[in-house]
Design a protein around this ligand. Structure first.
Ligand SMILES: [Zn+2]
Length: 568
């Protein structure tokens, strides 16, 4: 048996995927969960334990354990193989037949980062590390914690790593590409990090891919210095501490997002294990999607100063765009998370986290500070400020509920609030049309209209629609999802209030047209046909991929499945 087959047969696909995605048992040989490769609210991602394969009916992603790790960790075939082998204690064959030049470079970079971390740690324990040790102690970090987070020290000389890498026969080019070493005009090499306390940055599977360095010299201009982007460090994908935090995140079903390395360490050490930070970048959509695989709930806890609040406001928009449920914690006493944990204790901090307010209350409080809410103009301006974020909620029903809540909280009459909300929505709609963005297809429009205003259509169509994965591709899928959820909960209240719903939710999508049940059923058939087409296309692509990989048995099996579908 070749090594790839050996590995695949000895590693369980559910265990591997569960490291990245929350899965639920859905049948004898089947698990389902939210797809990590596209944004969705209802699970269309499924894992088959019998065939040891995964498949997403929403976006068409599919494959085996290796393709999963390759796609998700953005690794080459060889790297994915190595990662799975290492993680499961299976020795890799010596031949590196799977390795291409790019993979070899990346392997060198990983190795250099490991060597650098060892060197930094040896420094911090030795005589040169006295100042770094004093700083760590002053910040109240226990020795065990410092060791767990791999804190180290980059010496002053600026030659430490260069010498170490030369000793291990790395080339100048490899050193430069590691981001840990820089080149002077005269061609000589020197260390990027000098006289700094070093924080290793790991990827989701725990490999060191970069460093953050805190200046120990108070006159140093750059307080924090981070590794640059390299072949192994893509900043927009990385969250500091995620590899340690992810199990905690699953357990607590929430992410705690803080700003800096020291905050992460302080909060983690106090027993709140679900804490991460975006290191050295503004929060990106990839980072949010990464969190979302482990929990959709987040508490943002940035510094209490103006800069922290502004950063929280910017992150908020990104988080809402990705459909996260956001609460914001503003700590009292001007304390940052690290200081709060140390001064008030872990229990007080946990209580604060649990009591953190929904983001729009926090925003409303900010609006109150920014605008004079005693005057009509002030209230309108304050409300406009809030609308900017509320409009980012992709779920229109949720948007409506939030608007009502905020109006109540601000003591504003909900009527004009809703009117202003509707106006903003239609202005946005006009803008979107001008930019020729994704239009709402006629089938979606007709079906939605029927579902909202026609009880009979709802009874006849909803059960079918629920089972068609193509609905996940709709522009208006969030409204469909909300309707499915309401239907499942037997919730007739909102349906009862359909005049409001139809006018508010669909103000920008229908113009008072009335559709018949027959039209609705025709739409349903059209969607079912599209669904079959896309399933056939996905299967064909899989057949081609299997042929390309020389996996003839798999190609034959898939072809048989394809012709079975085409016959039916
Ligand atoms: Zn998908």
């Amino acid at each position: 048996m070749d090594f790839v087959e050996q590995l695949k047969s000895s590693v369980d696909i559910v265990q591997v995927i569960q490291e990245y995605v929350r899965l639920r048992k859905a049948g004898a040989n089947r698990y389902t969960g939210l797809c990590p490769f596209h944004n969705e609210k209802t699970p269309s991602f499924s894992v088959n334990t019998l065939h040891q394969r995964y498949k997403c009916f929403g976006c068409g992603a599919g494959g085996d354990i290796l393709t999963f790790v390759m796609e998700l960790e953005r690794l080459s075939f060889y790297e994915a193989l190595k990662l799975l082998a290492e993680r499961n204690g299976i020795p890799m064959p010596k031949r590196s037949e799977y390795s291409d030049p790019e993979t070899k470079l990346r392997a060198a970079l990983y190795q250099m980062h490991e060597l650098a971390e060892q060197a930094f740690r040896a420094n911090v324990e030795g005589p040169v590390g006295a100042e770094a040790r004093a700083y760590v102690e002053r910040r109240g970090v226990a020795q065990a914690t410092a060791a767990e987070f791999g804190l180290g020290y980059a010496e002053r000389s600026g030659r430490g790593l260069v010498r170490l890498f030369e000793k291990h026969d790395f080339t100048g080019e490899q050193m430069e590409k590691s981001g840990l070493v820089l080149k002077r005009d005269d061609g000589s090499l020197y260390d990027r990090f000098r006289h700094r306390l070093m924080f290793p940055i790991q990827n989701e599977s725990g490999k060191i891919i970069g460093f953050g360095g805190r200046a120990l010299d108070p006159n140093e201009q750059a307080k924090y210095l981070n590794s640059p982007e390299t072949e192994i460090y893509r900043k927009s994908y990385v969250l500091y501490n995620l590899h340690r935090a992810k199990h905690g995140i699953r357990q607590a079903d929430r992410v705690v997002l803080v700003e800096g390395y020291m905050d992460v360490i302080g909060v983690y050490a106090s027993g709140v294990h679900e804490v991460v930070a975006s290191c050295g970048t503004a929060l990106t959509s990839q980072q949010v999607q990464t969190m979302k695989r482990h929990s959709e709930k987040i508490v943002v806890n940035f510094d209490p100063d103006a800069a922290g609040a502004n950063a929280a406001e910017r992150s908020l928009n990104m988080l809402l765009d990705e459909g996260m449920h956001v609460r914001i914690l503003a700590l009292d006493g001007g304390l940052d998370p690290d200081e709060y944990c140390k001064q008030r204790g872990a229990e007080a901090y946990t209580e604060k986290l649990t009591a953190a307010k929904n983001y729009f209350y926090w925003l409303a409080d900010r609006a109150r500070g920014k605008f004079d809410m005693r005057t009509a103009e002030g209230r309108v301006a304050g409300f406009q400020f809030l609308l900017l974020s509320i409009q980012r909620l992709s779920d229109k029903l949720e948007r409506l509920a939030v608007v009502n809540d905020v109006a109540g909280y601000l003591g504003v009459d909900a009527g004009p609030v809703l009117e202003s909300f509707r106006r903003a929505a239609s202005e946005r709609r006009e803008k979107t049309l001008q930019h020729a963005a994704e239009p709402v297809k006629a089938v979606e429009r007709i079906l939605l209209n029927l579902l909202l205003v026609n009880p009979e259509a709802r009874t006849r169509l909803l059960p079918h629609l629920k089972n068609i994965p193509a609905v996940n591709q709709f522009t208006t899928r969030r409204i469909f999802e909300a309707l499915f959820a309401l239907d499942a909960a037997g919730n007739a209240v909102v349906f009862g209030n359909r005049a409001l719903l139809a006018s508010t939710v669909l103000a920008d999508e229908t113009d008072g047209e009335v559709f018949s049940l027959e039209q609705g059923e025709a739409c349903l058939r059209a969607i079912e046909n599209t669904q079959h087409d896309s399933e056939r296309a996905a299967l064909k692509a899989q057949v081609r991929a299997a042929e390309r990989d020389g996996n003839m048995n798999e190609a034959l099996r898939l072809s048989a499945e394809l012709s079975r579908i085409e016959r039916s």
